[in-house]
Unconditional design. Structure first.
Length: 216
């Protein structure tokens, strides 16, 4: 066994970006997000379906088929008023990944080539449920765009699954919008841009982007 010599600098420890996000999340002025007029107009095309049939299908037809199945389930849950919880996300994720179970991850997760680390903790599933509960218009005074963007980022940074978290965040966003009978005509600007846990301006920019996409 080798040991570091006395006085050797300690290896840097990547901070827990999930906990950083939870702190930042409470400080972001979400009420400043650009509102939208509802009911929104119905788009010429279903952007989510179109993106899956083009972007995801180009990567893998099986991936696209699985995601389309999960998307239909997410929208059905939105229409029926199924509460948005980790259990709901897990039910969608079983279709996304084509697996029998999709439990909450047990180990730290990394993203962006290791530049972001999301820690673990027994409290995380309950914390995620509490965050997702804030998406309902009946319990939140925030604009739809802020609630949808925040939920999307929550799933990104909780990173609850061992795989497919970007798709889970996309389904969560779609669910929140569907609860307000909103369908985006294009989703590429949302799905193709990386979001960072320590970027409050970027969080509000995502909400404003949704307002633009909804109002197109």
């Amino acid at each position: 066994m080798t040991t570091d010599p006395p006085g050797a600098p300690l290896a840097p420890v990547t901070p827990d970006h999930l906990r950083a996000w939870l702190t930042l999340r409470a400080q972001i002025p979400w009420h400043r997000a650009r509102p939208v007029t509802l009911p929104a107009r119905h788009p010429v095309r279903d952007g989510a379906v179109h993106d899956i049939r083009t972007h995801d299908h180009a990567r893998s037809p099986h991936r696209a088929h699985s995601l389309l199945t999960a998307l239909a389930l997410a929208r059905a849950d939105a229409a029926s008023g199924t509460p948005l919880t980790f259990a709901t996300l897990s039910a969608w994720q079983r279709h996304v990944l084509d697996v029998p179970e999709a439990p909450f991850r047990r180990h730290p997760a990394y993203a962006k080539a290791g530049r972001e680390r999301y820690g673990t903790g027994a409290d995380l599933p309950a914390l995620l449920d509490a965050c997702l509960a804030e998406t309902e218009a009946e319990t939140s005074p925030l604009p739809l765009t802020a609630r949808a963007a925040r939920a999307y980022l929550d799933v990104c940074f909780f990173h609850p699954f061992d795989d497919g978290n970007a798709r889970s965040a996309f389904l969560t966003l779609t669910y929140v919008l569907a609860r307000a009978d909103v369908t985006l005509e294009q989703v590429g600007p949302v799905r193709r841009v990386q979001r960072h846990a320590d970027d409050p301006e970027g969080a509000l920019a995502l909400a404003d982007l949704l307002a633009v996409l909804i109002g197109q």
